[in-house]
Write a protein that binds this ligand. Structure first.
Ligand SMILES: [Zn+2]
Length: 288
């Protein structure tokens, strides 16, 4: 459970890459920017961890030393609504992520559940639910009990991942973590966040369905987002104000409910906008 809202980038910030920082140096550099979370991107991974165990353990030590909470974004090559072969490969990819997440002491592996394809939403959901349960069983049988598996709300209409579906998965499968990508919800529903109450309603719904503790400790993704009729197109920086949603509104709700989420910035300028989100929340918090 986070002690306060935490902020950090989705992946290594461009400026760190520019200075040729090693992965182990990332937590210290984030701490110097006043950030305290980092989402490691395992998004291109296949069926085996693509980081050495020693490197993952070194990252864990550096993160602990610099008070940076780690999460992992799991492989994009997962489809828990597919046919048998696809399901099996998807499970192995998520298991590989969980194994490495344990090495690096990441608290959650975020993942995109899958695609409806030709199936009805109900059929696709049932297949996904079963695959997720089997994956969690497999992870537990490997002795991994402290890494949560986090299905994420998705931004495109052909992806499984409405708020309701994600809450259901979290209700029905153990060792899961609610992951709210606010931008995806905004894009999926053609710009649903226009006032503070639109954010408040989501938090209230989560409280009712999953409990106050789950709401308080949600894992979040945020960036301004461009969308079209089928949903998400691309993320934008905080300065590109023609795109929503407005982080200030979410910050008001975080402060009102005293939430302690981990908020991962998916803006093109990852860490810079993460720091801006932090400042906005701190400002709201200090008013309350
Ligand atoms: Zn994602």
């Amino acid at each position: 459970m986070a002690d306060h809202p935490r902020f950090g980038p989705a992946g290594v910030p461009p400026s760190f890459r520019f200075m040729k920082a090693t992965l182990t140096e990332v937590p210290r550099l984030l701490q110097e920017e006043g950030l305290d979370a980092f989402e490691y991107e395992a998004v291109r991974w296949g069926k085996k961890p693509q980081i050495k165990k020693e490197d993952a353990e070194e990252l864990a030590l550096a993160a602990e030393k610099n008070d940076v909470w780690l999460s992992m974004h799991g492989s994009y090559f997962i489809n828990f609504c597919g046919e048998k072969q696809i399901l099996e490969a998807s499970k192995q990819r998520l298991i590989a992520c969980a194994i490495a997440a344990k090495w690096m002491n990441a608290r959650v592996v975020v993942f995109h559940p899958g695609f409806y394809g030709q199936k009805s939403h109900k059929q696709a959901f049932d297949i996904c639910l079963k695959a997720l349960r089997e994956t969690v069983d497999a992870i537990q049988s490997l002795g991994i009990n402290d890494v949560k598996i986090g299905p994420e709300t998705m931004g495109r209409l052909y992806q499984l991942g409405s708020l309701d579906e994600i809450m259901k998965l979290c209700e029905m499968v153990e060792q899961t973590q609610l992951v709210i990508d606010w931008s995806h919800l905004h894009a999926r529903d053609q710009g649903r966040f226009t006032k503070v109450d639109d954010f408040r309603k989501i938090v209230e719904t989560i409280e009712i369905r999953l409990g106050a503790e789950v709401a308080e400790n949600m894992h979040c993704h945020f960036a301004r987002i461009e969308f079209a009729s089928k949903g998400e197109r691309r993320h934008h920086t905080m300065d590109e104000t023609r795109y929503g949603p407005e982080f200030e509104m979410l910050a008001k709700v975080i402060s009102e409910f005293k939430l302690k989420p981990v908020i991962i910035s998916e803006s093109p300028i990852l860490d810079i906008d993460a720091a801006r989100m932090r400042d906005i929340v701190q400002k709201e918090w200090s008013k309350s």
